[in-house]
Design a protein around this ligand. Structure first.
Ligand SMILES: Cc1cc2nc3c(=O)[nH]c(=O)nc-3n(C[C@H](O)[C@H](O)[C@H](O)COP(=O)(O)OP(=O)(O)OC[C@H]3O[C@@H](n4cnc5c(N)ncnc54)[C@H](O)[C@@H]3O)c2cc1C
Length: 506
């Protein structure tokens, strides 16, 4: 009797363990058997895993990254010819690091790209040379590259289409195909002019700053802030070509930089309502009579060369648009179609590359993309993780462009001078600001620190050589609506998340 009870217990326990083990092993077998089925189900029908609309900077880089992870990617681009445009001509050091993380650094080679080590900043006869800092925390060469955007885009397209799982097709996407809130694919006109369709579990809209498609996914609106007016002066070389020339002119900034060994881009900001006509020649007259005298004498000859030789003058709208998350499933919007900031800090390409890196990492654990709920979870995480980097860059773009605008207001003008003094003061101020501008340290806290530093430097301006009542009043304004709080508006400064570093780690 005494021995019977432990025996019963022991046998019951053994029976339980045996039953559970058989059940568990059986279940696992079923699951393992199911996985390849699900994977082959997506691949059987010949559809791609991802459709990408637009093979610009973002679309091509994303196609390469996803195909490297074994996805089948169908890219539809409306014009396969080399783009001729006045945007995306400078890659910050931070952007070069991201390109290398994506395995695309060679796309910036062999295109007559120009090395840029920093800026030459000019204001009212003063000049400061500032460089991207050597920084142990930045694991890449601290230099940028200037180039013809079209050459870079063609290299990205070639690199993406060199992978066997990328189908790069010429065609214009007309609309997204939607069923019960889920995007299933696109309708497009192919190169033969036929209306056709393509289907995939995930569609990425990457059709640039003039995007038509984003409106069917997001309800955010782009705001035109100003226009960038520019042209190329051919067959000339700037003095000290490794420094981009930033002139604090009126009404806003002017830039000159070497975009090939023989060509110099001249570009300046002009505001709506004050734009001379390009077609009737008023613009050329304005550039010669109003802008050229503000260009330092050592750069003026090159500035005038393009105008005198009849270079094509172009005007591009400068847009700002906040990123918003779509309610729809099976789709994600990226690049300029998703988020835009002022191009004064030349960082749009860096932001889209950072977004691609994050998205790719988050998608990697998903064996296939047909589970719309799982993909939606990834997109939500992507939206959160990208914030620190994008918010820092967007806010910096907003702040820097505000500071560069000339004004008759004493407080605003002090801010402009304060920015010049801060940038040119040397030491941690210069290196900190240049690390921010170069995308080498895209941290919100660092941004706030340096914006406060610029404000204090501006207040120093207003209160010297001795504090006057007007100077004190303007100083108080710099702490309020005119100064750091305005520069930080819209208030993005999200707490810096470790997850960003994890997502973009090598
Ligand atoms: C004036 C200006 C200067 C700038 N300078 C810089 C700079 O120096 N450095 C920097 O980093 N950023 C700069 N930017 C920002 C940068 O150019 C963009 O952030 C970047 O090009 C965005 O890449 P994207 O892939 O979203 O768009 P894009 O590179 O514009 O690509 C969009 C692609 O989609 C295609 N497309 C459009 N509609 C369709 C359709 N319906 N069907 C199929 N294909 C379609 C287009 O043909 C194009 O190839 C600048 C922006 C402006 C406005």
């Amino acid at each position: 009797m005494d021995l019977a009870f432990p025996h019963v217990c022991l046998w019951t326990l053994l029976a339980f363990v045996l039953t559970w083990t058989v059940f568990y092993v059986n279940n696992r077998r079923k699951k393992v058997a199911k996985l390849p089925d699900a994977a082959t189900e997506v691949r059987r029908d010949g559809d791609a895993d991802v459709i990408i609309v637009g093979a610009g900077v973002g679309g091509s880089a994303l196609a390469y990254a996803l195909a490297k992870d074994g996805r089948r990617v169908h890219v539809i681009e409306r014009d396969m010819r080399e783009p001729v445009r006045m945007m995306g001509e400078f890659m910050q050091p931070g952007g070069r690091l991201l390109l290398s993380k994506l395995g695309l650094e060679d796309c910036l080679e062999g295109i007559d790209e120009q090395i840029a080590t920093g800026l030459a900043v000019y204001k009212d006869g003063q000049k400061a040379l500032v460089s991207f800092p050597e920084d142990n925390d930045f694991p890449y060469e601290p230099t940028g590259r200037a180039f013809y955007n079209g050459r870079f885009v063609q290299r990205l397209r070639q690199k993406a289409s060199s992978l066997p799982t990328v189908q790069l097709e010429e065609g214009t996407v007309k609309s997204l195909i939607e069923e019960k809130g889920v995007i299933k694919g696109v309708t497009y006109k192919n190169s033969a002019g036929e209306e056709t369709t393509a289907f995939a579990p995930l569609t990425v809209v990457c059709d640039g700053c003039y995007s038509n498609l984003r409106r069917s996914v997001n309800d955010n609106n782009a705001e035109v802030i100003s226009y960038q007016v520019g042209y190329v002066s051919k067959n000339c070389q700037l003095e000290d070509p490794e420094k981009l020339k930033l002139i604090m002119s009126k009404p806003s900034f002017t830039m000159l930089y070497q975009i090939s060994s023989t060509d110099v881009r001249c570009v300046m900001e002009i505001f709506p309502g004050n734009i001379p006509s390009i077609s009737n020649g008023e613009m050329a007259v304005y550039l010669k009579n109003t802008m050229a005298p503000q260009v330092p004498p050592e750069l003026r000859k090159i500035f005038l060369k393009g105008i005198d030789e009849g270079a094509q003058i172009k005007a591009m709208p400068t847009k700002r648009m906040e990123a918003t998350l779509s309610e729809k499933q099976g789709v994600i919007v990226l690049g300029d179609a998703f988020n835009m900031r002022h191009p004064a800090i030349a960082s749009g390409m860096m932001v889209v590359l950072s977004d691609i890196l994050i998205l790719r990492r988050l998608l990697q654990p998903l064996r296939n993309l047909s589970d719309a709920n799982k993909v939606s979870e990834v997109i939500k995480s992507f939206y959160v993780i990208r914030k620190p980097m994008s918010a820092t860059v967007n806010t910096l773009g907003n702040a820097f462009s505000q500071v560069l605008i000339a004004s008759t207001d004493e407080a605003k003008e002090a801010m402009r001078q304060g920015c010049f003094d801060y940038l040119s003061s040397g030491g941690f101020r210069t290196s900190g600001m240049m690390a921010l501008l170069g995308g080498m340290n895209p941290r919100p806290l660092s941004l706030i620190f340096h914006l406060c530093g610029i404000t204090l430097s501006s207040i120093g301006q207003l209160l010297s050589p001795f504090p006057s009542p007007l100077g004190i009043w303007h100083s108080l304004r710099l702490f309020g609506a005119e100064g750091v709080s305005q520069m930080l508006s819209p208030a993005y400064a999200a707490a810096y998340r470790k997850s960003y570093m994890t997502a973009t780690a090598l």
